[in-house]
Ligand binder design. Sequence first.
Ligand SMILES: Cc1cc2nc3c(=O)[nH]c(=O)nc-3n(C[C@H](O)[C@H](O)[C@H](O)COP(=O)(O)OP(=O)(O)OC[C@H]3O[C@@H](n4cnc5c(N)ncnc54)[C@H](O)[C@@H]3O)c2cc1C
Length: 407
Amino acid sequence: MIGAGFAGLWSALSAARKLEELDRVDEAEVAIVNPAPFHSVRVRNYEQPLDPTLVQLDTVLGPAGVRLIQAKATSIDSTNRRVTIEHDGASETLDYDRMILAAGSVLVRPPIPGLDRFSFDVDTYAGACKLQAHLLTLPALPDTPGRYTAVVVGAGLTGIELAAELPARLREIVAENDRGKVRVVLADRSARIAQSMGGAQPVIEGALKTLEVEMRPGVSLEALDGQGLMLHDGATSERIEAATVVWCGGMHANALAAQLPVTLDPLGRVPVDTFLCAEGVPGVFAAGDCARILIDGTRPSVMSCQHGRPMGRYAGNNAVCDLFGLEMLPLSIDWYTTICDLGPWGAVYTEGWDRKLVSEGETAKATKRTINGERIYPPKSGVRADIFRAAAPVVQTPPPTERAEKR
Ligand SMILES: Cc1cc2nc3c(=O)[nH]c(=O)nc-3n(C[C@H](O)[C@H](O)[C@H](O)COP(=O)(O)OP(=O)(O)OC[C@H]3O[C@@H](n4cnc5c(N)ncnc54)[C@H](O)[C@@H]3O)c2cc1C
C-alpha cells in the first residue's frame, strides 16, 4: 500500500485480515509505505489540539502483522511491478505482486500572487500545526489593523468548518481587552456561502452569522501579501487587512496517480472498477481520494473518508483475493451523508446527494463527535481480532443521528 491515510490504513488491515482468514499469512507480506509514523485523522485538521487525534501506526499495524516502511514513494513502474521509495535522502526499490495506491489528495494551489508564500492551510497535520503556531504569535505582533483578522478563502466543507472554529479559537488566544478586535471572514466565489449544501445551506448561513463570521460570497482571491489580501467580485477589488489568510480551495489527487497508464478524471483520480482495480493496469488497485469509483454504480465517489475507508477495506480484501485467484467483492454504497461541524454552534447532518437536512445544532454535533472520535478510528484495544473485525469488507450503515422531525 502506498499511503497510510484512511484508504491505505484500512486496505492494509483488510489485506492482513483476509490472509489470516485464508490461513495464508506465511505466503504473503503486507507492507505499507508512509512518510510519517502516524495515521493523520485528516478530517480533524480544523480542530485543536491535534496531537491527541493522531494514531501511532505501530499500535495498529503491529498487532495486525503489517510491515510499516517509513518512506515516501517517488515513482511507480507498473509494467515491472516496482515502486521507488525515498527516506532520509536514500532511495530504494520495492517489488510488489499487488499494489494499492492510496496516497490521497493535496490542496489545489492556483498561481495566485502570494498564495504559496503567505497563506496557511489545514490540508495536512503539518499545515494545521503551522497555522496554530502562527495564531499563537499574534498577541506579540505590532497592533496593526489586521492583526486579529483571519480570512478563510474557500467555503467548501473544510473552509466552513474552519471558519466556524476560528472566532472562539482566536478569542482564546488574544488578551481579554483585545477580544473585540477578532474578526473572521469566509470568502467564496460561489453566489452563496455553502451553496452546495442543499437543505442545510440556510442553516449554515444562520450559524455562521451567530458565530459572527462575516460572509463574502461571489468573490475570488486576487492576491495576498502577508498583511492582507485582495478579493475581486468581477467588477471591483476589495482589500482586507489580515494577518491570517487560510486557503481552502479544494483538493486534487496525489501526483503519483499520474504515473499510472490510465486516463485520470478531472480531479486527477485513477478510474477503478467496482473491485477497486485500476482500469487496465494489472496488479494495481487504488482507493480513497486518488481513485474514482462509481460508488453506487452511477455516481462518482467523493473525496472523503466516508468513501475512502470502505474503498480501502474492499481494495485490501480484493488485492489478496486477486493474488490467490479467488473471487473479489464488488463495492457499492447506496447512501450518502454530509455532517458539517459548525464549531460552538453545533453541526448539520444531511442525507442523500441532494443533501436533505436531517438534524442540526447540538443533535448533529453529537453525531459529528462520534464520527470524529470513534467511528473513523481503528480499535484502540490493540487486539488483533478487534482490528480485523473492524477491517472486514462490509459497508457500514449511515452514522445514526436523532432526526429533527422526531424532536
Ligand atoms: C480539514 C478537513 C476536513 C475534512 N472533513 C471531512 C469530513 O468531515 N468528512 C469526510 O468524509 N471527509 C473529510 N475530509 C476529506 C478527507 O480528509 C479525505 O477525503 C481523506 O483523508 C482521504 O483519505 P485518503 O486515505 O485517500 O487520503 P489521506 O487521508 O490524505 O491519506 C493519504 C496518505 O498518503 C500519504 N502519502 C502521500 N503521498 C505519499 C507518497 N508519495 N508516498 C507514501 N505515502 C504518501 C500521506 O502522508 C497520508 O498518510 C476533510 C479534509 C480536510 C482537509
